[in-house]
Design a binder for this molecule. Structure first.
Ligand SMILES: [Zn+2]
Length: 149
């Protein structure tokens, strides 16, 4: 596939829901690797191309930006006042797409875990928080049950 290389315009850049190798993703990957988990990244064979997929535990992990994926009740998730209707529709479409992907994965017997951008931020800021969230995440990965809530 050939694609003309040109710098992305700001709006194109803004329109990318999921960029590859974003910092929060890389941060979490390193931690999981350190915990001994082995995974595939941006696994395109699965619905939604999970950011991290751990074959051993059939677990897909999505590192979701709070804005783009409308993290419920999070103050980083707001609909811009300018072009409100446009943004509302766009962001809500993302959420519907996310839910469909999660459902498909679960049909396939794959566990889905969502880690939010704000959680990663908190982990980076505070060692205690980091340990708490990481151990919760580790438990969820190794748990048998099939839920992403
Ligand atoms: Zn959030």
């Amino acid at each position: 596939m050939t694609k003309k290389k040109k710098p992305m315009s700001r709006s194109e850049n803004m329109s990318r829901v999921k960029s590859k190798n974003t910092k929060p993703e890389v941060y979490l990957r390193k931690l999981l690797w350190h915990e001994g988990f082995r995974y595939r990244i941006n696994y395109k064979d699965l619905p939604g191309s999970p950011d991290i997929y751990i074959p051993k535990y059939k677990t897909a992990i999505f590192v979701n930006g709070c804005f783009w994926h409308m993290h419920e009740g999070c103050n980083l998730s707001t609909i811009p006042k300018t072009n409100y209707d446009f943004w509302k529709e766009k962001l809500e479409r993302n959420v519907v797409r996310d839910k469909n992907n999660y459902r498909e994965l679960e049909y396939m017997g794959i566990k889905v875990i969502v880690v939010w951008g704000c959680e990663i931020k908190d982990m980076e800021k505070n060692e205690t928080t980091k340990k708490r969230i990481l151990s919760k995440l580790t438990d969820s990965i190794m748990e048998i049950s099939n839920t992403y809530k």
